[in-house]
Structures are given as structure tokens and as C-alpha cells.
Design a protein around this ligand. Structure first.
Ligand code: FAD
Length: 433
């Protein structure tokens, strides 16, 4: 374990701290010792996952821990389709090792570079109305608490379990996660271009007839890109054309250069959005589940995402469209729309409500405040709850009434960390009014 004084920043460069001491523990004993020391010295302690949250959920004034040296598979039970990982394991590494046991995640988001603990702690999700967010697959977890104890949570009806499934690092340090999995499966992903009004008319059908359905709407166009994925027994098939959309929009270096141009000349952004909409192509690809769910994101951006009640989807999309066009918002990235099944995790944005997650993005380094604040007004007007890892401007006062189990979570948080050693400035804002 070698502490280093260095700079830390998140992927989107919206959060930066310097200098900070980053500790890289290799054993649970070392993590316990760090927590013990922090408490004695009244120091703040936070864990950094892969830094893929856009909000200030990671920074620490005092000590930052990275679990990159505390990762890997601990055990697997093929019969129960469960596996236990050290908390710093990335989704990607987990998916690779699970595949060797013919197991796979029930669902994944757009990328796989997040750590398991980081992704779970912010309620990371994929798409599909029968799919819940990732932390719903927690079977058990081990957490190092502020009194340096290792707490095992393995009873889903224990309020502490429900609080810890999405806890943004506020209850302690997760060191192990046991996850419920599925027998590995192949997915066939169909990518289609469609008119926005046709997509909205057929929404129910797309949502209910596909394991995973999402769409991207391109501002200043009436074009959407549909992505429909279902289990298949067909042979693996790589179709170069089908990855065209993601190649062009999210992964491509050329796209990055074009976006940089829009940063210098923001008025060109809307033409870039139109170009992206025009470049969508159609096709099919078939592969193992984890290879279909995710795509690399080489072009960096900033993002806001809200979970909306299902019945509001159409109105929200149309309100966003009117807002972008009326205010002439310079945006080159599509609006992403996904669907998630309700759950009972205390701080899950999908708590007790099937949800439509709507995300807006802007190229990294562009001023996103006006765009995002305008979108947030719309999301709030229609009863949205923010994704914990993505930009939002809410504080405890606005967040509390959105979560029926808010007070239960707060009680558990105060009981588990009475001195607030796991708090930081961002958590003060969202938890303490
Ligand atoms: C390009 C990109 C694509 C994305 N796609 C999606 C998507 O498809 N769906 C979606 O829902 N989200 C998505 N996200 C958001 C991302 O999944 C979340 O923000 C996630 O939390 C990032 O994981 P991380 O490992 O980087 O965690 P970090 O951002 O580093 O940390 C997140 C939180 O977890 C806490 N934490 C980390 N490890 C531990 C631990 N061991 N114990 C306790 N607390 C811990 C941190 O302190 C922090 O509060 C995306 C983000 C980016 C940048």
C-alpha cells in the first residue's frame, strides 16, 4: 500500500482535486487500518472507483482510496449462478471471468469500465422494462464501517441492506459484492432509423416486445436511432455497418475532432447533430451479452440523466425538443432514452416506479449549465429523480420529498457514520439541509 500525493480527476473532468493522497490498499486489513486512522485523526475518507461519475460523489479533502489493487473474483457458484468479487473489480473484468463460467450479467449499461462498487453505489442501469438497475442483483455485500468493523449484509429485508445497495459511498467502504447472475446468453441487437413521432406512437410496443429497448433522438431533427436487443441462439455475427452509429457518434476520433470544432464555434453544433442523425445506418449484430450491451466511449462528454415516471415519456421528450429549439441550444449529442423496471432500493431513482431514464449530453469542456438547468426544469416538472452519478443541481431539500424512504436512509447513515468521516462537500449538499 503506497500512498501517493497526486491529482485526481473524473473521466469528464468536471471534478478535479489536487493534491490528494491516494491510497491503494491490497487487503481488507489495510482498508480497515485506513478507516481506523482516518477516524482517529478526524479525517474525511472517500473511495474512487473508475471516476466515471460526473458529479462530486468522489472527492475527499483528506484521503482518497482506490481499490484498483483490490479487485478480482473471490468465488463462483455456478449452480446458484452467483459470484463474489472484490469491490474494485471492473464490470469488464467481471464479465470476462464470468463468461469463462458460462455466466453473464442480467443487464449492463453503455460501458463496462466502472468498478462494481462504484456502479452499484450510484444505481447504474441499462435498458429494458423487465430489467432493474444493477444494484438490484446484489445478493450480499461486505462493508467496512466507520468503526472499522466488517459488516456483512445478506438479508434483503434488512433496511441496512436496502440502504446500502445505492449509498454513494455514504455508509462505508464496500469490499465485497456477491451478485446474482444468469446463464451466459447471446443477444441480437437490431439498429434502426425512425421518425421521432413514429417512435413515440410505437413506444409501448417497442418497450414490451424487447428485452432491451432504447432510442436516441437527435436535436434539430425528427430522427431517432432505435436499438432493440433480444436473446438469440443464432450464430455470432459482426456486421461492420451495425456499429456505424456508435462508431461515428460515441467512439470515433473523427467525431471527436468535429465536436472540438463545435466547442470553438458553438453555432455549428446543431448542424453536427443533424449530420449525426443523417449518418445513422441500420443493421443487426449478434454476440455474447456483455459484448452487445457496451460500447467504448472515446469522445468525452458531460451528462445529466433523470428517471421519469413512464407515463411522462412522450411529454418530456416533446418538451425537451421545444426547449432546445426555442432557446437555440447548441448541442451536438443525441438525447438518450432508456427504460428500467421499478425496485425497492431506498435511494434508487426507480424506487417503486417503472422508469424512463432520459439523458442529455454535451461535448466535454463546453458550458453545459444553461442546457442542463433548462432540461432539469422540465425533468422536475414531470416528477423526475436524478441519477446520482450524473450532473444535477438538487440539494437535500428537493431530494427528500422524492424518496419515500429518505428518512430511513438518513437514520441509517447517521447511525453508521455518526461523525461523517465518509461525507464530502457534495454529500453534505445532497444529504444535509
Ligand atoms: C461514458 C460514461 C457512460 C456511462 N454509462 C452509464 C450507463 O449506461 N448507465 C448508468 O446508469 N450510468 C452510466 N454512467 C455513470 C456511471 O455508471 C456511474 O457514475 C458509476 O458510478 C461510475 O462507476 P465508477 O466505478 O467510475 O465509480 P465512481 O464514479 O468513481 O464512484 C461512484 C460512487 O461510488 C462510490 N464508491 C466507489 N467504490 C466504492 C466502494 N468500494 N465502497 C463505497 N463506495 C464506493 C464513490 O465514492 C462514489 O460516491 C456512465 C458514465 C460515463 C462517464
Amino acid at each position: 500500500m503506497s500512498p501517493k500525493k497526486t491529482k485526481w480527476s473524473n473521466w469528464a473532468k468536471t471534478e478535479e482535486i489536487q493534491p490528494v493522497t491516494i491510497k491503494y490498499p491490497m487487503t481488507s486489513e489495510e482498508i480497515v487500518a485506513i478507516v481506523h486512522g482516518a477516524k482517529n485523526e478526524h479525517k474525511q475518507i472517500r473511495v474512487a472507483g473508475s471516476g466515471h461519475s460526473f458529479t462530486g460523489v468522489v472527492p475527499s479533502k483528506d484521503i482518497l482510496i482506490s481499490l484498483k489493487d483490490y479487485s478480482g473474483l473471490i468465488s463462483v457458484n455456478v449452480e446458484l449462478k452467483q459470484a463474489t468479487f472484490k469491490a474494485g473489480t471492473t464490470l469488464k473484468d467481471a464479465a470476462i471471468v464470468l463468461d469463462q463460467h458460462e455466466l453473464g450479467f442480467s443487464n449492463m449499461g453503455d460501458i463496462d469500465v466502472q468498478t462494481l462498487a462504484g456502479a452499484y453505489s450510484t444505481g447504474t442501469h441499462g435498458s429494458g422494462i423487465l430489467n432493474q438497475t444493477l444494484p438490484n442483483h446484489t445478493v450480499s455485500m461486505k462493508i467496512i464501517t466507520s468503526n472499522s468493523q466488517i459488516l456483512l449484509l445478506d438479508n434483503p429485508s434488512d433496511p441496512k441492506f436496502k440502504a446500502a445497495q445505492v449509498m454513494i459511498g455514504a455508509l462505508g467502504i464496500i469490499i465485497e459484492l456477491t451478485i446474482q447472475l444468469e446463464t451466459q446468453y447471446k443477444l441480437k441487437m437490431v439498429s434502426k432509423k425512425e421518425k421521432l413521432d413514429v417512435c413515440l406512437e410505437n413506444l409501448e410496443k417497442y418497450i414490451h416486445e424487447n428485452r432491451s429497448f432504447e432510442f436516441f433522438w437527435f436535436p434539430y431533427t425528427s430522427t431517432v436511432q432505435l436499438k432493440l436487443a433480444n436473446k438469440t441462439e443464432e450464430e455470432i455475427k459482426h456486421n461492420r455497418f451495425t456499429s456505424y452509429f456508435s462508431d461515428i457518434i460515441m467512439e470515433n476520433k473523427v467525431w471527436g475532432v468535429v465536436c472540438k470544432f463545435t466547442k470553438w464555434f458553438p453555432r455549428t453544433a446543431k448542424y453536427v447533430s443533424k449530420l449525426a442523425g443523417a449518418l445513422i445506418s441500420e443493421g443487426t449484430k449478434i454476440n455474447l451479452s456483455h459484448k452487445i450491451y457496451v460500447t467504448p466511449r472515446l469522445v468525452r462528454f458531460t451528462e445529466m440523466e433523470y428517471a421519469m415516471p413512464m407515463e411522462q415519456v412522450k411529454d418530456v421528450i416533446l418538451a425537451l425538443k421545444r426547449y432546445i429549439e426555442r432557446e437555440k441550444i447548441q448541442v451536438q449529442f443525441p438525447v438518450e432514452v432508456r427504460f428500467v423496471k421499478s425496485d425497492d432500493i431506498f435511494l434508487s431513482p426507480a424506487y417503486q416506479q417503472d422508469s424512463c431514464y432520459i439523458a442529455v449530453h454535451l461535448y466535454q469542456g463546453m458550458n453545459f449549465e444553461k442546457y442542463f438547468k433548462g432540461c432539469e426544469q422540465i425533468f422536475l416538472q414531470y416528477g423526475g429523480r436524478p441519477h446520482w452519478g450524473k450532473i444535477h443541481y438538487l440539494t437535500a431539500k428537493e431530494l427528500a420529498p422524492k424518496y419515500p424512504k429518505w428518512d430511513s436512509f438518513q437514520m441509517i447513515r447517521r447511525e453508521m457514520d455518526p461523525e461523517g468521516i465518509f461525507m464530502n462537500d457534495h454529500l453534505e449538499l445532497i444529504f444535509n439541509d
